[in-house]
Design a protein around this ligand. Structure first.
Ligand code: UD1
Ligand code: UDP
Length: 379
């Protein structure tokens, strides 16, 4: 049987989580030979995900350096991808989202004249420096890619408005496919800091933050707002799995290191994270992925940024953008803690980001592109 060779590339934690179910789906298709290449951009945060989803890696560029800069990630990936593409000779390269791994791998594929498919295409804030450098990365990938897999209608509209060439499919977000495999009511936590948490008698706030544009003063404001919250609400407990970025860890530890009822812990595995989201009271985050996952679990999210490229859950009422000022963050969180009605109005389980079938649609779309099947219906 004729087979097409599809190379999936990822390098960071969210790309791995969101590409894992797609790799598994592509491997289930008889007429696809799926190979996996990682840049290793997030060495420590990536490897556990590869293990949990049982992925096998065909090529590993292992580019990560301590305190790496955007230029080192970009140049090492570009140089590393060239021989891999020459040897593997894929019929198509799939990249995800807006990381430096994704942009540079797409560029490397273009240099070898290999077509690119873009998973999670069309997200925009309209602000070229926020998120930085992701807004520019994803715009540049849209120019390079021939197949665009947009999670939502509004993501696809962004691409139509920019007159992007190629085929656009509305697929849902693959993170919802991943979530369907991890969350379970009888899940047992195995990380020490999570094992003994009494979710019934504490209000557990889950926090993550890592965005480059929040480094410095905004991150200090976020940490100080969290400090104010634990000081004023004795039943509040904060769990903060810190990103490996030294900048983030230093600021968090300096301000929250000695606070009671604040757990500053290492990144946790995705199965623990998804189940922690399911059991916590609400979430404060600047992460993109958490804004997509939490609405599906009916958990309110306060976004620690000035804008979001994920407006769907804001419209649905489960996500609120509260900025990066200490007082604004505190009062948005206090409102959720003080008012049961405010809490209930945000705690709706809605699913604007997917139905768990995004990977099937993407695999079907790729086969359709190569003349091997029907075009999938949009999500
Ligand atoms: C990257 C992506 C961002 C994504 C985020 C997910 C870019 C430019 N940014 O940002 O879009 O939202 O990942 O988390 O691609 N580090 C470690 N160990 C690790 C991972 C990171 O030490 O396992 C360190 C790096 O060496 C670096 C810092 O953390 O000093 C930041 O990592 P980097 O990949 O440069 O960018 P992120 O902020 O993680
Ligand atoms: N996540 C995780 N462990 C953690 C923190 C986050 O598994 O300690 C997961 C989270 O559930 C989501 C993804 O990592 O699926 C989001 O990654 P991140 O916040 O690093 O990146 P972003 O989504 O902002 O690009």
């Amino acid at each position: 049987m004729e087979k097409i060779k599809i190379m999936v590339v990822f390098g960071t934690r969210p790309e791995a989580i969101k590409m894992a179910p797609l790799v598994l789906e592509l491997k289930r298709r008889d007429n696809i030979d799926c190979i996996v290449c990682t840049t290793g951009q997030h060495r420590e945060m990536l490897d556990p995900i590869v293990k949990i989803f049982n992925l096998s890696i065909d090529y590993d560029l292992d580019i990560m350096e301590p305190r790496q800069t955007l230029s080192t990630i970009t140049s090492k990936t570009l140089i590393g991808m060239e021989p891999v593409l020459k040897v593997a000779k894929p019929d198509m390269v799939l990249v995800h989202g807006d990381t430096s791994t994704a942009f540079t791998s797409a560029l490397a594929a273009y240099y070898q004249k290999v077509p690119v498919g873009h998973v999670e295409a069309g997200l925009r804030t309209g602000n070229r420096y926020s998120p930085y450098p992701e807004e520019m990365n994803r715009r540049l990938i849209s120019e390079i890619a021939q197949l665009h897999f947009s999670p939502t209608v509004s993501n696809a509209e962004n691409l139509y408005n920019e007159s992007i060439s190629g085929e656009i499919f509305i697929t849902g977000n693959t993170v919802i496919d991943a979530l369907h495999t991890t969350v379970s009511k009888d899940f047992s936590f195995y990380t020490d800091a999570l094992k003994n948490i009494d979710f019934d008698n504490n209000r557990v706030l889950l926090v993550t933050a890592h965005r480059r544009e929040n480094y410095g003063k905004p991150l200090e404001n976020i940490m100080n707002a969290l400090k104010d919250l634990v000081c004023n609400y004795p039943d509040v407990r904060i769990i903060y799995p810190m990103h490996m970025s030294p900048e983030v860890r230093r600021t968090a530890t300096d301000i929250l290191g000695d606070m009671p009822r604040v757990e500053l812990i290492d990144p946790i595995n995705v199965d623990e994270m998804h189940n922690l989201m399911d059991r916590c009271h609400f979430i404060l985050t600047d992460s993109g992925g958490l804004q997509e996952e939490a609405p599906a679990l009916g958990k309110p999210v306060l976004v620690l940024r000035n804008e979001t490229e994920r407006p769907e859950a804001v419209t649905a009422g489960t996500v609120k953008v509260c900025g990066v000022e200490r007082e604004a963050i505190y009062s948005a969180a206090a409102e959720l803690l003080d008012s049961h009605d405010s809490y209930l109005s945000m705690a709706n389980a809605v699913n604007p980001y997917g139905d768990g079938n995004a990977c099937k649609r993407i695999a079907d779309a790729i086969l359709w592109h190569f003349g091997m099947g029907k075009r999938p219906e949009n999500f």
